[in-house]
Design a protein around this ligand. Structure first.
Ligand code: IMP
Ligand code: MG
Length: 334
């Protein structure tokens, strides 16, 4: 799978971090390129007894031979980036494109007031106001920032060179299809498109170079912030069902609803997905926790996966059965 794109088919928080970290280790990804909006994303990677939360560094960092790049379409908050580089000790293999726009304190401040905070209920990380400044052609770029000079690299060139040499390349989307500025539940969306095409554009890869698009769904739907969520249940009900989650970046409670086949079907279309991953199957079927082969899943769980496949018309190749990287059924191997 030389060039693979990973995106989310719902509202974000479907477990891309887990799927990406598994693929990085399993498929020995040589180059991972982070796409998406910016540090409004929060990805969780659980490896052994350690839990990592990343907002800027690609989730593929867990594979220690993987190059970690941030494409020019992604907004960089230098403080968050530099802190993660230090924490994860990835200085020698991380690169930022000189054309990444820079989030400044004034963007964060603007994001925490006015209609963005009160109506849209953004993450308050400055991404919307920074993208607005980029469109107005007055945002600073990574090439203007002294602290980032040692990380600057032509990301599209490195990614395309790796693809052309047949190396395994992973493009990491963030947020989710229905948070897209074009295809989501406007105005309750993020500040740009976040479907697979946009992810490719963020890192400078054209449409003919992509081999696989993996769309990630969770076994139930969650959403943080404002906006419609069909079939929404109460927080108390979510707690009862084991669906109660809090957001990685903001600590807010995630709103929850059952798996939505209509949204999933449309998301497959919008992303031209070739395979799907379904995470947290153990939240619906606790008996499946830790299963590693399809036949170890209960009949009910297998039926649920079959129903998804018959609706979305692409194979569900990866099934998450717990938080740890290796808690997964990989049907590509079966
Ligand atoms: P913004 O992206 O911070 O402008 O927030 C706009 C909307 O997208 C809000 O509803 C946020 O909660 C949501 N959002 C942004 N990034 C993520 C994410 O990574 N996961 C889940 N929701 C997100
Ligand atoms: Mg998240």
């Amino acid at each position: 799978m030389p060039c693979t794109v990973v995106v989310c088919g719902f509202f974000g928080d479907t477990g891309k971090g887990k799927i990406i970290s598994y693929l990085a280790l399993k498929d020995k990804i040589s180059v991972a390129a982070r796409a998406g909006v910016g540090p409004n994303a929060g990805h969780t990677v659980v490896y052994g007894s350690k839990t990592y939360k990343v907002r800027m560094i690609p989730s593929a960092f867990i594979y220690d031979r993987c190059r970690l790049l941030i494409g020019p379409g992604v907004l960089v908050d230098p403080n968050i980036f530099l802190e993660e580089v230090k924490q994860l000790n990835v200085e020698d293999r991380v690169g930022v494109d000189p054309q990444c726009a820079i989030i400044e304190p004034k963007h964060v401040e603007a994001d925490r007031g006015g209609h963005l905070a009160s109506e849209i209920k953004t993450t308050g990380t400055g991404t919307g106001p920074c993208n607005a400044d980029r469109v107005l052609r007055r945002a600073k770029l990574a090439r203007d920032i002294p602290e980032l000079q040692r990380f600057l690299i032509d990301v599209p060139l490195e990614v395309n060179t790796a693809i052309d040499s047949g190396e395994n390349v992973l493009i990491e989307g963030t947020q989710g299809t229905y948070l897209s500025l074009w295809h989501g539940t406007y105005p309750y969306v993020t500040s740009k498109d976040v479907t697979a095409s946009a992810a490719c554009s963020d890192v400078g890869v054209g449409p003919k170079k992509v081999d696989e698009v993996i769309i990630v769904f969770k076994a139930f739907v969650t959403r943080v912030g404002a906006g419609p969520l069909p079939g929404e249940i109460t927080w108390e009900e979510a707690e009862k069902r084991g669906w109660a989650e809090v957001a990685t970046v903001t600590g807010r409670r995630r709103r929850a609803a059952p798996f939505n086949f209509d949204l999933a079907k449309r998301a497959v279309m919008l992303n031209s997905a070739t395979q799907a991953a379904v995470t947290k199957i153990d939240a619906l079927f606790p008996e499946c926790k830790g299963a590693r082969t399809f036949s170890d899943l209960s009949a009910e769980a297998r039926e649920f996966i079959g129903k998804i496949e018959s609706e979305i018309k692409i194979p569900v190749t990866l099934i998450g059965t717990g938080p740890e990287v290796w808690d997964i059924v990989d049907r590509r191997l079966e």
